[in-house]
Design a protein around this ligand. Structure first.
Ligand code: GLY
Length: 318
């Protein structure tokens, strides 16, 4: 059982005053504002979010603006532009956002729009609904002024064409699962928000939707308690209502770290074979304490506050 919480220093962070992470914040010194985000692309997302948070901006703006940078980066094959297509060659995007008032918005199976996270925010703020999918989500985005964009890059197209030669759906742990950019923030007002956005599992069935746009699965925020988000095989996260149960376990008194671990153990209990099933969770509570945990080795996340600028390997079960 590997539970060592390794510390990685990114060269990008060289020169910053990274210190051991405060899993347990000192109750006398509130650990806010703070932002935590999944995977290595979480480092750049946090940089953008931190610029907003340190100027007393809102957690909602911070998480939205942070993940937008990752959506726009064509080098990433798991989010937004450059995302791997489904088995039929279509890039289909899922995203959701949730604020401190339990308001939330979501889009799924959205094509040809660069920033699904901002469409999700518009669903939250401009409609009576929570979720729009497919053509309806696209029409709404266009009405809201989002431009049509081709998201399939030459690199992603070539990789898909190579994949077509075997057409075997066999996601590679920590590579094709290295998917969602999910971000949780606590702002200087003490309010929590979260965002997550992905192109989903590479070469999924056309029409497949993962956990990332499902409130309570890929993301959940309760401003009285804390927030949680997930990454990895979305089906396993949906089956166990991952982010919602983490928040409920924090409500019952667990630390973010213990709650993430318990939710991962639930996945392991409910699946016959998790040897190729990676899921990672992050959680952040009202005090600014945070944690991360995954099924398998290899899940990483980034943390940014006035005291911490870190890129970490999460603890894991197997
Ligand atoms: N976690 C992203 C997905 O399964 O689509």
């Amino acid at each position: 059982m590997g539970t060592r919480r390794d510390f990685l220093r990114l060269t990008a962070l060289a020169g910053t005053s990274a210190i051991a992470s405060p899993l347990i914040a000192n109750p006398k010194t509130e650990n806010k504002p703070i932002v935590i985000s999944t995977w290595d692309h979480g480092v750049v997302a946090n940089t953008v979010s931190w610029d907003i948070l340190k100027k007393n901006g809102t957690a909602l703006d911070a998480v939205e603006q942070g993940v937008r940078v990752v959506e726009a980066d064509p080098r990433g094959t798991t989010v937004g532009v450059g995302g791997s297509p489904d088995r039929d060659g279509y890039v289909t995007l899922d995203a959701c956002i949730m604020n401190h008032k339990n308001q939330c918005g979501s889009v799924a199976f959205l094509q040809n729009i660069e920033h699904p996270i901002s469409v999700a925010r518009k669903v939250m703020e401009e409609t009576p609904h929570v979720m729009l999918v497919g053509e309806g989500a696209y029409q709404f985005a266009r009405e809201q002024g989002f431009e049509r964009k081709e998201l399939l890059t030459e690199k992603s197209k070539e990789a898909w064409e190579r994949w077509l030669q075997s057409s075997e759906y066999k996601p590679v742990v920590n590579i094709e699962n290295h998917d969602t950019i999910a971000s949780l923030a606590l702002d200087s007002q003490g309010n929590l928000s979260g965002a997550c956005t992905t192109s989903g599992m590479a070469y999924k069935m056309h029409g497949r939707v993962g956990d990332s746009p499902i409130i309570g699965a890929g993301l959940f925020v309760d401003n009285e308690v804390g927030a949680a988000c997930g990454t990895g095989v979305g089906e396993a996260i949906i089956r166990t209502a991952g982010s919602a149960i983490i928040v409920e376990m924090m409500r019952a008194g667990m630390s973010p770290q213990d709650a993430c671990k318990a939710a991962i153990e639930r996945i392991i209990e409910k699946h016959d074979d998790v040897s190729n099933l990676q899921v990672g969770y992050l959680a952040l509570n009202k005090e600014g304490e945070y944690g991360g945990y995954s099924v398998l080795k290899g899940f990483t996340y980034a943390v940014r506050s006035s005291e911490v600028d870190e890129y970490l390997n999460s603890d894991y079960s197997l």
